[in-house]
Design a protein around this ligand. Sequence first.
Ligand code: NAI
Length: 447
Amino acid sequence: MFDLIIIGGGPGGYMAAERAGHAGLKVLLIEKRALGGVCLNEGCIPSKTLLHSAKLYDYAAHGNEYGVYSGGSRPEIDHKLVIERKNKVVEKLVSGVSALMKAKKVTVVYGEAQIIDSGTVKVGDEVYNGSRLMIATGSVPVIPPIDGLAEGLSKGFVITSREILDLEKVPKHLTVIGGGVVGLEMASYYSAAGSKVTVIEMLHQIAGAMDTEISDLLMKSYEKKGIEFLLDTKVTAITKDSVIYDGGSVKANKVLLSIGRKPFIEGFGLENLDLVIKNGAIETDSIGLTNRPNVYAVGDVNGRYMLAHAAYREAEVAVSHMLGESDTMCYDAVPSVIYTSPEVASVGETEKSAKARGIDTTSVTVPMVYSGRYVAENTATDGICKVIINKEHRNIIGVHLYGSYASEIITSACMMIEMQMRVEEVQKFIFPHPTVSEMIREAVFRL
Ligand code: NAI
């Protein structure tokens, strides 16, 4: 009899297993593919490995602007080696998770779980019993009903975020459907690797709900690198060599479908639990509990924030609850990052989202060229840092960064928002000098 059975070994599942095992609970973790889930095997980590190569390529290509020459020849990306390195990185991290499970005495079973009831799960012929169940089955790509799409997918002409990370050859022309995070990150890598890239996005801006000013800057920087964008454009059909949209078509050697993901809730007996499903996701409360006592759902499957770091924290909160500790999930400060070059990082409200919630705001934007380190390390001058505050209470409610180190700097902004810090408190912080993070200090000084 286990204290906790977890279905799904991605960030939500393995974090819960680690924390619960650490606390002395007897844990069973069931995974059908590989520990680490989509994030580690075919998402966050492999894509960051590719993007790092693209970043190095960028540095090499523009080395002369910094007085660094590589003997006259243009740098090149050896895609095969990049993929080989990516596989090694993934292997190393997956074995790290496996070692962690062993260290925390978590029983790991590989196979497809079938839920019989909230205390019973089968894997093949084996039956496992537990006093608590956690569903952490993640998400799968959305496949819309577009003419010719199913055939394109079956022939490998259309691929998803999984296959794009394992392409053997760089496609001559890559057409990306969906200008969200996956689309942009892959457009960025393949453009550096030599593809002509076209991104088709049905909204008026790329990067979804991102601050509009930053999304515009990002698009301009991609365009400078040769990536082509078709905005306000909806794909209507796929043929054997083209993507058709209202008013035109674009040829391609490969098409990446990246129009979002949906919770994975089918085919493993979830119906036997009678859970409340809302908009295709398992409904949970602020500690990750479903409508059934002792059944938790964390990560993408609850449809709240489809981000690994949200899953990590949801897993911790759920385990705290199991241990009788008081803890709740706060979604006010979940950062989002696009790891292209330059990086984009964002947390909290945009002016638009604050307005929709009836919050009166004041904001300030400072150019990153105010940072000595930014100027020393960049020839670009378009980086910005935007800070948004609640006008009445003067606490920080949103920070949006476009420029180098954005992904690392954003953590300090998350803390400011989560702790509801007021401008006057943040103004008293000492930031290391010279860093790009000082731009937050510069911004709050102006509020
Ligand atoms: P997404 O939701 O970020 O973006 C999908 C985009 O496709 C949207 O902009 C949408 O307007 C557009 N779209 C939808 N239907 C379309 C159509 N028929 N024609 C043209 N455009 C259309 O989804 P994405 O990029 O697939 O990412 C999936 C999930 O993975 C997201 O939840 C994302 O946050 C997560 N992720 C996060 C990363 C990160 O944090 N750096 C990296 C990669 C993925």
